[in-house]
Design a binder for this molecule. Sequence first.
Ligand code: GLN
Length: 475
Amino acid sequence: MTPLHVLTATALRRKIQSGEITAEQAARAALERIREADPEVRAFLTIFEKEAIAQAKSVDAKIKEGQSCGLLAGVPVAVKDNLAIQGQTTTCASKSLENFVAPYDAHVVERLKAEDAVIVGKTNLDEFAMGSSCEHSAFHPTLNPRDTTRIPGGSSGGSAAAVAAEMVPLALGSDTGGSVRQPAALCGVMGLKPTYGRVSRYGLVAFGSSLDQVGVFARTAEDSALGLAAIGGWDRRDSTSVDRPIGGLMPLEAGVAGLRIGVPKEYFAVDLDADVEAAVRATIAKLAALGVEVQEVSLPHTEYANATYQIIATAEASSNLARYDGVIYSARKEGENLSDLFARSRGYGLGTEVKRRIELGTYVLSAGYYDAYYLKASKVRRLIQKDFDQVFEKVDAVVCPTSPITAFRIGERLEDPLKMYACDVLTVSANLAGIPGISVPCGRDAAGLPVGLQILGPGFGEPELLRLAAAVEQT
Ligand code: GLN
């Protein structure tokens, strides 16, 4: 018999609902796999053994009584540790929030619970979701399960690694500039960033509020659709969430013949690994063979995307992180007087990368530089959005690499922030434009490391993205 921990979420929920297996068995299998694999990979910051078993038992009781169950009945799920779970620590992998216990559930966590998922733990990230390698976690790095001498990507590296190592079939992350898609690519799993507004940000610790979106890690397109169906939807507590039906589990079997995809030439003009380019181009050829219409398109403002992102994301981060003064949420440091107390407390709990972002953001918003940086970046952002609007008049989706490189070695980019930021060149535009994107495994490089294909669509184009993802999966 196939061990339970390798099953997809879709297969697990089917078996659990039909009574073939129990939710408790599925939960125990996931916890067992975590015990086996996590001491090396270190995807998790917290593991909820007792709570997971109790939740699984309550799902089993519901099924026994013949009650109807939610979309994720008994499915083990991991949650990035910048999403609030009531009564549990929400650290954002920061010393400043080490002991902070969330007083409420994030909307997506409420949704998981309502859909009868079994939350098994919280996963590691770069501190406050700032980074591309998971090395900026204040607690420990996470390793790439495909090669543990390498990083898993970031910032949702823990969630990506947990799904790649078959500890859970489904995990949540957040994507401000690529933090779901890039680690998915580097770990060889799927990572979906929904349209801005598709999923409520209530209870997600804010980084760049106009860019942040909660996303889903899974190993199949079907599971990605299931995860999105579970967490998506309107929520009055996030004023940017959109009231638009999610479309159930989305018809993946509709196929892709007749869909039109654009290949943006600017996305191949960056410093791209030859193996990444080859794997992506080979996959595009396979899609063409399935009846997808392929054409070259242009997104002319791509070269400004990363700089624009760095300005907007750091500006918003500097405002959002002002609340972490070291006094309200963490163990404050005592001082001689009030200003001394503030000075000692504020600096204590934040890592170098977070401080760098706050300083950059404060600078680009400061009186003398606002017009030159923040205002200008906001205008360029509009041009990037317009590029996509124009392209989506001609094609249903855009296809390109997710990351210009495959997983690099631990420590390789840590000392050079610009090299680290360069990882994000191909993912940040989707956040600036508010459009959905998914990374799908599409091959390997010469060292056997996974390559991710990125599919971007117009706002609320998730059904087409998922159909294309399913087709790539089949090739
Ligand atoms: N890697 C990007 C950054 O460091 C994106 C982070 C994210 O999406 N949370 O800002």
